[in-house]
Design a protein around this ligand. Structure first.
Ligand code: AMP
Length: 119
């Protein structure tokens, strides 16, 4: 059973307590520019619901939330202009996965070549 920390930074963004550079919003999904971009295009995509990581999300979220999230990835990648040139969509999970913010998110990385770093 995963406990969601509602003081994490993305929860604060969702509550409007801190700002974000929003690029997309749907009923169940929000996307904004990463504050510390690793590539020319670096977007963080999050569900609006309180899910710790991708496993928690796929276990507990409704089908509507899950469909909305993955359709949003498609829409966002087109909106920010990386759908044709290509991009990497990744998520980090837990300690060994290097997850820093305990609210499920996917990174969209592109706008330039993304090398494969599996360190
Ligand atoms: P992860 O290591 O997968 O948990 O990634 C967390 C990401 O959130 C990092 O790429 C951070 O740069 C990004 N980040 C942290 N705080 C903010 C913020 N206030 N607005 C936008 N991105 C953020």
């Amino acid at each position: 059973m995963k406990t969601y920390d509602n003081q994490n930074i993305f929860a604060k963004i969702l509550r409007g307590e801190i700002p974000c550079d929003k690029v997309f919003e749907s009923e169940f999904t929000l996307a904004f520019k990463d504050i510390n971009p690793a590539k020319k295009v670096h977007i963080v995509v999050i569900p609006k619901g309180s899910y710790v990581d991708v496993n928690h999300f796929t276990e507990k979220a409704t089908d509507k939330e899950i469909v909305d999230f993955f359709k949003s990835l498609n829409l966002i990648s087109n909106q920010v202009g990386v759908a044709d040139s290509g991009y990497r969509a990744i998520t980090n999970l837990g300690k060994d996965g290097g997850q820093e913010v305990p609210h499920f998110h996917m990174h969209i990385l592109g706008g330039e070549h993304v090398t494969l770093d599996i360190s």
